[in-house]
Design a protein around this ligand. Structure first.
Ligand SMILES: [Fe+2]
Length: 386
């Protein structure tokens, strides 16, 4: 079969490697930055990482303003405050240093530095008219892939929903992936963000928008996660494991940036919006159940997921091999200590109706799902995951 036409967008420059963060000043200068708004995770300030960034910028004669009032899983209101500070500083470049919440805040600040109005005007697909000011994103966790993707997610308290800005203009100009920045991430965060990256890779690989290009990245991300996540959780100081997970997260980001997520993220968003469960845990809880439901759509691809995770599938029927993928993901999340059932994080039977309503609204994600999902299907999946 000839692959359908597919577009493929990634940052213009991706720098990967131990110590890569030291290139930030030179890259900012190359992009023409003279007044740089730095959005930094407050915890990194204590570790001296933020200092390094500011010093690298100062060494190039670049003025900077540091903003650290970043909220975890940020609300629209809090992000507006960051954007107002970026506008007030009259920045011509934004650097984001942190996990997904920080990078998403940086993306919004860069977008609103050049586009009029408020963040809510851009919640949706392709609503920004102009490119953001140039941006450099530097992840300090291995999971979201936000340093690669055109998406940024924000919590809207009025409707208790997480909503996305999706725009090619929010893809940064430069992504700097330095595994040394992830060495101090605690095991529980390593586990949850790693399972988020696995959800990205599996969903993108099996998405209706998957292409041969995204498959390359997705499958390699799955293989890297199967090889390195357990070690990264067991011993955060293991540089090889951190390096593997940093690459996995970036590869999975490339895959979702171009093929999108689907069932797992669609079901997980209401858990975050309605119950404030963190993104990684919500996705991890639903990953095996989403895969179990979707496996029917493409047994060969789900079998390849199992194989990429290190599970022997030789001699198995396609159906049995595909079923191994679900089992292997479940075992991985169990090994890295993530809750296995929604009941463990406070979800009850009476919450399911609202979760189904919330999940069914995620039409942009369902459009990528390889199996059609009716509300009664979503309900059955939530019940199995309870
Ligand atoms: Fe995610």
């Amino acid at each position: 079969m000839i692959a359908k036409t597919a577009m493929f967008r990634i940052p213009a420059l991706i720098t990967v490697g131990c110590g890569a963060v030291e290139t930030v000043g030179a890259e900012a200068k190359r992009l023409g930055g003279t007044r740089v708004f730095v959005v930094g995770d407050p915890n990194l300030q204590k570790l001296g990482v933020t200092e390094k960034i500011l010093a690298s910028l100062a060494a190039q004669g670049i003025e900077s303003s540091l903003y650290t009032a970043v909220e975890f899983e940020p609300s629209v209101q809090r992000v507006e405050a960051a954007a107002a500070a970026a506008r007030e500083f009259a920045c011509d470049l934004v650097v984001g240093l942190g996990g997904g919440s920080t990078m998403d805040t940086a993306k919004a600040a860069a977008l609103l530095a050049r586009n009029p109005g408020s963040l809510e005007d851009y919640l949706g697909i392709g609503l920004a008219k102009q490119r953001s000011v140039p941006s450099i994103l530097i992840p300090t966790t291995s999971g979201t892939g936000a340093e690669i993707t055109p998406n940024a997610l924000f919590y809207v308290p009025a409707v208790q929903e997480k909503r996305a800005v999706v725009s090619p203009f929010t893809i940064p100009d430069v992504a700097i992936i330095d595994p040394l920045l992830t060495l101090t991430v605690p095991p529980a965060v390593t586990a949850a963000t790693g399972m988020d990256a696995l959800s990205h890779a599996v969903e993108a690989y099996t998405s209706l928008n998957a292409s041969p290009l995204t498959d390359l990245y997705a499958l390699e991300a799955i293989r890297l996660i199967g090889t390195h996540l357990r070690t990264a959780v067991a011993n955060g100081a293991d540089v090889a494991a951190r390096d593997g997970m940093a690459r996995a997260s970036m590869f999975a980001g490339v895959a979702i940036g171009n093929a999108g997520t689907n069932i797992v993220h669609a079901l997980a968003y209401p858990l975050q919006g309605q119950h404030r469960i963190t993104h990684g845990v919500a996705n991890s809880l639903l990953l095996p159940y989403g895969m179990e439901f979707n496996a029917l759509s493409n047994l060969q691809k789900f079998a390849a997921v199992a194989e990429a995770l290190g599970e022997p599938i030789a001699g198995l029927s396609p159906r049995a091999a595909a079923a191994k993928s679900t089992e292997t993901c479940r075992l991985l999340s169990l090994d890295v200590g993530i809750p296995q059932k929604m009941g463990e994080v406070g979800i009850k039977e009476e919450h399911i109706a609202n979760l189904v309503d919330g999940a069914m609204k995620m039409t942009r994600l369902w459009a990528n799902n390889p199996r059609q999902v009716r509300p009664e299907d979503a309900r059955a999946i939530f019940e199995r995951a309870l």
